[in-house]
Design a protein around this ligand. Structure first.
Ligand code: PLP
Length: 373
């Protein structure tokens, strides 16, 4: 037998997480994760499941019965919504203004959906008038959009896009991975039929779960399917039986991740959504003012900017990787680089969940100034 490997124990030290996610996780949430592991049908756990669903409905601003966390990261939520709602040949319009819209389009094709891809400039919102015009011609079954494009920092208007989907009778599918918990998503007010998120952004919980919510209209489509959902793991007809009254075993729930999410949601409920959204707006404004004061320019026009993800052009002469390395090595601060078309051109500075605080902001601006000098 070969010798057993002998490595040092995990101890990464503390970071200041100001990138596109994960965001800072509070000790309380980490403690909840370290609670004793119990069974996935233990009565105590079942109560925590119900409470988690109630708090998720508050966060999504919805009364949808089918609201629950999927085991997996945000992409699992994306795949869940699409795999359950698309059958081969369905017409699916996907609005692409960054990396994550493109990911949705990729999944639609893999599922045999008839993809109607609408491309918009990166760093700009999706234009609802274009969506409506094209949708009237194409007659899609679904219209999919990313509310908060993390790759660019642009927000799109859910109320306007929802109106377009309503006019053509399409199901409205929304990626709320970055927006949930940091700005209003208004799932019921905006008549969203399916939405998904991730725990590691404005919920300030480690990555690993993807909250989803589906309207009764979406469930009707799911129940009318001619073919089984092609993914066994993400089939909501079965997952709904575990998260609903039946408590029928499907897969072993990631118990301790759900404990962590429960605590993260409790913290959000204690703060209150309005106060939380205002905190994100306030720190975003202060960050933009400070960066513009240093002569940096923002990528996204002011009225289309996300509060929790700030994309700024890398100033001439600055070394992208060198600056990010210095921030990490000298100050423990993580920010993000550009993705896709914006790689090497921008930095992405996150102010998500617990990370949106005065201490982080002051430290980041001071550190950036001193590195760029
Ligand atoms: N959608 C958006 C808008 C995202 O920002 C991300 C991740 O950054 C995802 C989807 C995918 O989530 P994950 O990386 O957790 O799978």
């Amino acid at each position: 037998m070969s010798q057993a490997p002998n490595f040092t124990e995990v101890d990464p030290g503390l970071r200041v997480l100001m990138g596109p996610g994960p965001s800072d996780v509070s000790p309380k949430v980490l403690r909840a994760m370290a609670a004793p592991c119990i069974g996935h049908l233990d009565p105590y756990f079942l109560t925590k499941m119900d409470e988690t669903q109630t708090m998720l409905r508050y966060l999504f601003e919805t009364e949808h019965a089918l609201t629950m966390p999927i085991s997996g990261t945000g992409s699992a939520g994306m795949e869940t919504c699409l795999v359950n709602l698309i059958e081969p040949g369905d017409k699916v319009m996907v609005c692409v203004n960054g990396v994550f819209g493109a990911r949705m389009a990729d999944i639609v094709e893999r599922l045999g959906g008839e993809l109607i891809r609408l491309d918009f400039p990166w760093g700009r919102a999706v234009a609802p008038e274009t969506v409506l015009k094209k949708a009237k011609k194409a007659g899609p079954d679904l219209i999919c959009v990313v509310h908060a494009e993390t790759s660019t920092g642009a927000v799109s208007s859910l109320s306007d896009l929802s109106q377009a989907a309503g006019e053509v009778g399409a199901l409205f599918v929304v990626d709320c991975v970055t927006s949930l918990g940091g700005m209003p998503v208004g799932i019921d007010a905006n008549k969203v039929d399916a939405a998904y998120s991730g725990t590691q952004k404005c919920l300030s919980c480690p990555p690993g779960l993807s909250p989803v919510t589906l309207s009764s209209r979406a469930l009707d489509k799911l129940n009318r399917r001619k073919q089984k959902v092609v993914s066994w793991y993400l089939d909501l007809t079965m997952l709904g039986s575990y998260w609903g009254a039946e408590r029928k075993y499907h897969h072993t729930a990631p118990i301790n991740m759900i404990f962590a999410l429960h605590q993260a949601l409790r913290d959000i409920c204690t703060e209150g959504l309005e106060t939380r959204f205002e905190r994100h707006r306030l720190h975003h404004k202060a960050l933009v003012a400070a960066m513009e004061g240093m002569g940096l320019s923002m990528v996204v026009p002011e009225n289309e900017r996300l509060p929790m993800l700030n994309t700024v052009y890398i100033p001439q002469g600055a070394d992208d990787l060198g600056v990010r390395k210095a921030l990490l090595n000298q100050y423990g601060i993580e920010i993000g680089g550009g993705l896709g078309d914006l790689a090497g051109k921008v930095w992405r500075v996150g102010l998500m969940g617990s990370s949106a605080n005065r201490r982080n902001l002051t430290l980041f601006i001071t550190a950036l100034k001193s590195i760029l000098e």
